[in-house]
Design a protein. Structure first.
Ligand code: C2E
Ligand code: MG
Ligand code: MG
Length: 398
């Protein structure tokens, strides 16, 4: 095959030979279309289709890639404007931006200018930046993403897991969306180690409050596994391939027909059900603490509307109890320490007890003592021999 040159691409852009294809992104549970990614498709005058993979790497060596990305931005905004004028409600569209934009000093200003000119809400334009860019120019990329988000756009990290970037980059970057690369889904998630890696990525992404999108989903088996990981959105051939604008409009129309049974699917999905269960438990117990008695550590899962908000959410368990005792009524301190100190709880487990419980008066942040019931249920984890407890605590008074 002949090598494509930068000049050819620039000429093709001038001739408007590049089209935008849209690949819908689906809500994992409801299967409704929640967004789409814009992907370039080059149709030569003789009708041949040139895929991006065959010239984008070359283009990235030059500044011509910037032209392509801005061309795509214009076309996407133009499309969204037409949709808006036709009375359709808009959904977010992701646009790919090459690493080269990091060097463009006025990237954000330029993006604002185009998007505002078409009167598209900025929030609906998602700036996709590849993970590999983070490896190269971490400081610059972090600053750029910050500026882009502060201007009201959303940011997605593309192809996460395909490169070597460390998880700490993701921590430092205030992105909105993490797109998990399809290389992590190889096979049908049958390999246990592969599943563990994926589960951990989703767990950490969700704890960092990132919306997760799995890319390249091709099979029902992959989909089912992604559901158990609580993956938010799916983009892949299983649901839809990238398609021309007219097909995309039809796919969106079809999709707006409300799907019955969504709600039940959410309950039947393990993670959906667990989240609902957690919500239900929280309405009764605003304070839940996971305790590792063996390791003398704790982690507070929830802490809403409790009478006091003063202790830190994770730390050394015996310090939590000592600090907690000080917030009790002086007459209840001895009881509290007796029941909940680490040694006594370990002894209770050794005696075969299932839980320990105490009712004490606790000083709230408003200076009022309230009766609080605290129960430590002893539990076992299949993964370790450690003595674990779950603390459920609630106020007995309003
Ligand atoms: P990407 O941004 O990661 O886009 C997703 C790619 O995965 C697309 O390839 C899409 O067709 C493909 N894909 C989606 N679902 C599946 C699936 O289930 N199985 C398989 N095997 N593939 C799937 P495409 O369109 O060939 O684009 C390749 C790459 O080219 C894109 O990867 C992106 O990095 C780049 N690209 C495309 N359009 C643009 C653009 O306008 N600007 C820039 N800078 N890069 C672009
Ligand atoms: Mg992309
Ligand atoms: Mg990708």
């Amino acid at each position: 095959m002949e090598r494509i040159t930068e000049q050819e691409v620039l000429q093709a852009l001038k001739n408007r030979e590049m089209q935008v294809y849209y690949q819908p992104q689906y809500d994992t549970l409801t299967k409704s279309i929640k967004g789409a990614e814009a992907l370039v498709r080059w149709f030569k005058p003789d009708g041949t289709l040139v895929m991006p993979g065959s010239y984008i790497p070359m283009l990235e060596e030059t500044t011509a890639i910037l032209e392509l990305d801005w061309y795509m931005t214009e076309r996407v905004c133009e499309f969204m404007k037409r949709q808006k004028e036709a009375g359709f409600s808009l959904i977010p569209i992701s646009i790919n931006y090459s690493r080269r934009h990091v060097q463009e000093e006025d990237f954000t200003e330029k993006l604002c200018e185009i998007v505002d000119r078409y009167q598209i809400p900025r929030k609906l334009i998602i700036v996709e930046i590849m993970e590999s860019v983070l490896e190269e120019k971490a400081v610059e990329v972090i600053a750029l993403i910050k500026k882009v988000r502060e201007s009201g756009f959303s940011v997605a990290i593309d192809d996460f897991g395909s490169g070597l970037s460390s998880l700490s980059f993701v921590k430092d970057i205030s992105a909105d969306i993490l797109k998990i690369d399809r290389s992590l889904l190889s096979g049908n998630c049958e390999d246990e180690k592969e599943r563990i890696v994926l589960e951990s990525i989703f767990m950490f992404a969700h704890r960092l409050k990132l919306t997760t999108v799995a890319e390249g989903v091709e099979t029902e088996e992959q989909l089912n596994f992604l559901k158990t990981c609580d993956c938010k959105m799916i983009q892949g051939f299983l649901f839809a391939r990238p398609m021309p604008e007219s097909d995309f409009i039809n796919a969106c129309k079809e999709n707006t027909k409300e799907q019955a049974g969504d709600y039940f699917e959410q309950i039947q999905d393990t993670y959906g059900a667990l989240n609902l269960l957690l919500d239900a438990v929280l309405t009764c117990y605003p304070l839940i603490i996971m305790v590792n008695l063996t390791r003398d550590s704790y982690y507070m899962m929830a802490y809403e509307n409790f009478t006091t908000q003063t202790c830190s959410s994770t730390g050394v368990f015996h310090e939590l109890i000592e600090g907690g005792a000080l917030s009790m009524h002086p007459e209840d301190r001895e009881l509290f320490i007796n029941v909940f100190n680490r040694e006594n709880q370990l002894a209770a487990i050794a005696r075969g007890e299932k839980y320990v419980r105490a009712i004490t008066r606790q000083l709230g942040d408003d200076g009022v003592y309230r009766k609080v019931e605290t129960t430590n249920f002893f539990v076992k984890s299949p993964y370790s021999e450690d003595a674990l407890a779950i603390t459920l605590s609630h106020s007995l008074e309003e």
